[in-house]
Design a binder for this molecule. Structure first.
Ligand code: C2G
Length: 139
């Protein structure tokens, strides 16, 4: 059995997230998703709209996902790779070249998947706050 792992905040869910999870799962037989806890998001400098529990509920409802684990610190990936006998770590290619991942290439196959369109949770939040785009927001 080929085990795949990926990590992320997965806040405002959008097609880019789903495409990433689909493509990750297609690389093997079992997909583990490490979802950033609210505390780890603070370390990442991110504020999620949805709580960890809500983000976990959304991601585990996606048919490509087999297991959810909390992502609590950057360096846990080495432990996860051993603990879950991971064959491939997958991330969107916005992480390609990041020192958060390059060192992992000595321990596991790392695959960067091209991000589809330029979707992001941040952009969705910005668009929703923009009265020119979101008609429910008063000008
Ligand atoms: N992603 C993608 N395409 C998009 C947007 C995001 O492939 N249009 C990918 C990202 O590259 C990442 C995953 O979806 O692999 C989750 O994205 P985020 O929720 O923004 O997570 P991020 O802030 O990148 O945190 O230790 C890793 C970090 O937890 C990743």
């Amino acid at each position: 059995m080929k085990t795949i792992i990926t990590y992320g905040t997965f806040d405002i869910l959008h097609p880019g997230h789903v495409e990433l999870l689909k493509k990750a799962r297609e690389l093997g037989d079992y997909l583990i998703v490490g979802i950033s806890t609210d505390e780890f998001n603070e370390i990442k400098g991110k504020v999620a709209y949805n709580s960890y529990e809500d983000r976990k509920a959304m991601i585990e409802a996606i048919k490509y996902v087999d297991m959810i684990i909390p992502e609590e610190y950057w360096e846990q990936k080495i432990d996860d790779i051993t603990k879950y006998n991971v064959d491939i770590l997958v991330m969107g290619d916005d992480w390609k070249g990041s020192d958060k991942f390059t060192y992992l290439e000595d321990f596991v196959e790392v695959v960067f998947i091209p991000r589809i369109r330029n979707l992001s949770s941040t952009r969705v939040k910005q668009d929703l706050a923009n009265p020119e785009i979101n008609k429910f927001v008063k000008k």
